[in-house]
Every structure is written in C-alpha cells, then in structure tokens.
Design a protein around this ligand. Structure first.
Ligand SMILES: *Cc1c(COP(=O)(O)O)cnc(C)c1O
Length: 346
C-alpha cells in the first residue's frame, strides 16, 4: 500500500538543458551537457526540496489529527517557510522556533513566515554551531506542552524534515527523474547528479531512490556545512528508516554516499566567492536564480569538477535545483549594488 501523501508539488517538475551555462564553461569540448531538475519549482510558496519531503510528513500529521505543525530552523530556513505554507494548506497552524544570534531584518524567508502568520519564537544559538541547542530543545518542549494543555495536538517536524518519511519524498523524486531521463531518449544516460547536501535527508532519498529505480548516475552531494562523518552516518540511518517504510530490504553503506567537502567555505550560510560567482553566472547565462547558502555552493562544486576536466564529456550531468530563492533576497544588501537614484540617462 502506498504511503499517505498530502499533495504539495502537483505534478512533475521540469528537466531541461542549460546550453548557455555549458557554453560559458567552455562548450562541448570542455563541458558535458548540463541538465537541471527544477525542484525550485516544486510546491507552493516559492518552492524547493522541502515540499517533496513535507508531503509525507504532513500526511502523517493529518493521520494523527494534528492541529499544529511545530518545527525548527535558522531565521532564513527554507524548511520553516515551507512548513508554515504546508500547515496553511492542510488546515493546521504552524509554530516556528528559529535560532537567531541577534535582531533579524524581516527579509526573505522570515518575511514570508510573517506573511503566512506562523507563530514565531526566537532562541539563541547553542554552544556548538549547528550542534545540539539546549535553548531550542527547551523552547520546543515548552511550545508542545502549552499547545497540549490548550487541547491542541501539536506534531513536531524535525529539522529540514529529514526524517524517514521526508526521505521517502526524494526516493519518489528519483522515480520521477529516472523516467524523465528515459523519456529524453537519444542522448547518453546522465553520469552524475549534483545537489546541495545539508541535513542529508535529501541525499539519503537521492542515493536510496537512485538504487531502487536503477538510475544511471552517481549522486554527488556538495556539503553546504561541516559535520562529517556523523552526517553520512545519519544519511545511512535515514535511508534505512525510509527503506523500512517502503518495505524494501535495500540498505545503504557509508561508501555509497559521496559528499564533497571543499565548497562550504567557513561554514553554513557563510558566503564563498565561488558560490557568489555561481549565483551570478547562472543568472546571467540561464536567467535562473540560485541562492548563496545552498544551491550557489552546490553549483560552485559542479563548476569546479567540470573545470578539473575529469568528467566524462559524452554523458550529461544533472544539477538538482533544491530552491532557496527567498534566501537570495535576504542577502541582496551584500550581493547587490546600491542604485544611483539621480534622474537622467548618462
Ligand atoms: C534544505 C535545503 C537543502 C538541503 O537539504 P537537506 O535534506 O537538508 O540536506 C538544499 N537546498 C535548499 C535550497 C534547501 O532549503
């Protein structure tokens, strides 16, 4: 029996070529064909990979008769914004516990959280960056207690919806993508799939789904934050949980999970020159917007691999666009140029 799913994505996201980016990277003699899988267009409220993951988490919450979705993230969390959107569509309220080091401008995702009227709580960062945060744990526990005392049924969604149910969303995405690639016909099967690897639920689903659906590619995660080897271990466990839900005996091993560590720079959400350059290049060649936290760094990894020249030139490579557009606006002050507002054309 298929797992219950609350539809957020509505259909298949596009897969198409990026010929102008390929030309900018040296053309056919230096760069294989590049395809992009547009999961930035997946789901409502500016889209992204969290829509696919939340389809299964929200269905589970509805089955449990939940009244509220409660989740955690950074102030510019795409996951928090998509959870707030999904709660609206599923007829639930949303409470977000966001980690913030200080005052935050109402920009990007945080602004959209406010428009969606999510209940917001801010907590200070924990002692270790991206590590366990006692302030966050205490706040979530207090929120859950309060909602229960008020007669509600809060449902907690883990960071990034990186749970076995969330992972199922990307196993299913690999079914969709392998079919799309088969339908392309003619051209050689794609050799690699590149994507941004954060909390690793997406990666767990991609690697497991690629095996289950006999995908021709090798999955190359580009880490956007430190944390290995623990995070690879976590991806193995998440994939095992998803496999169990799906009723398959396939289990991943650590060596099946490829994650490149050279592209996150000084840490999560800390910009890199190469990531910013990738954001500009893809906007100027293909009019597609990446973000500086996830997809810009992932594209910087793909570009570095193309430039290193060790990729098969005959077979296409695929870039999975995981979304993150609101995060781009949150960094407009840094990435943009102030306009000179004097009237006139010269
Ligand atoms: C959350 C996110 C990712 C990473 O997904 P994980 O499953 O956490 O690894 C990548 N790109 C964007 C835009 C995201 O919001």
């Amino acid at each position: 029996m298929p797992l219950p799913r609350f539809s957020l994505v509505h259909g298949v996201t596009p897969l198409h070529e990026l010929p102008r980016l390929r030309a900018a990277l040296g053309g056919p003699s230096r760069c294989p064909p590049i395809l992009i899988k547009r999961d930035d267009l997946a789901g409502p409220a500016m889209g992204g990979n969290k829509a696919r993951k939340l389809e299964y988490c929200v269905a589970d919450a509805l089955a449990a008769d939940a009244t509220h979705l409660v989740t955690v993230g950074a102030t510019q969390s795409n996951h928090a914004r998509m959870t707030a959107a999904a709660a609206r569509l599923a007829g639930m309220r949303c409470v977000l516990v966001l980690t913030a080091a200080g005052a935050q401008a109402p920009q990007g995702n945080l602004f959209l959280d406010q428009l969606l009227d999510a209940e917001l709580h801010f907590v200070a960062p924990g002692p270790v960056a991206l590590g366990p945060n006692p302030h966050e744990d205490a706040c979530v526990a207090a929120v859950m207690r309060r909602l229960e005392q008020q007669g509600g049924r809060p449902y907690f969604v883990a960071l990034g919806a990186s749970t076995p149910l969330g992972v199922v969303g990307y196993v299913e995405a690999m079914r969709e993508l392998t079919r799309q690639c088969a339908d392309l016909g003619g051209s050689a099967p794609p050799a690699r799939l590149y994507f941004a690897a954060g909390s690793r639920g997406t990666q767990a689903g991609i690697v497991l789904g690629s095996i289950l659906h006999c995908a021709p590619w090798t999955a190359h995660g580009i880490a956007v934050s430190p944390g290995d080897p623990d995070k690879t271990e976590r991806a193995v466990e998440l994939a095992a949980g998803a496999a169990e839900l799906l009723g398959t005996h396939v289990r991943l091993t650590r060596d099946q999970i490829i994650t490149h560590q050279e592209f996150y720079g000084a840490g999560y959400a800390v910009p890199t020159e190469e990531g910013d350059a990738a954001v500009r290049l893809v906007a100027r060649t293909e009019a597609i917007f990446l973000d500086p936290v996830y997809t810009g760094k992932a594209m910087a990894g793909l570009i570095a691999h193309v430039q290193r020249g060790d990729i098969d030139q005959e077979r296409p490579i695929i870039f999975l666009h995981t979304g993150g557009l609101p995060g781009l606006f949150a960094q407009a002050d840094r990435l943009g140029d102030p306009a000179d507002a004097r009237p006139g054309c010269d």
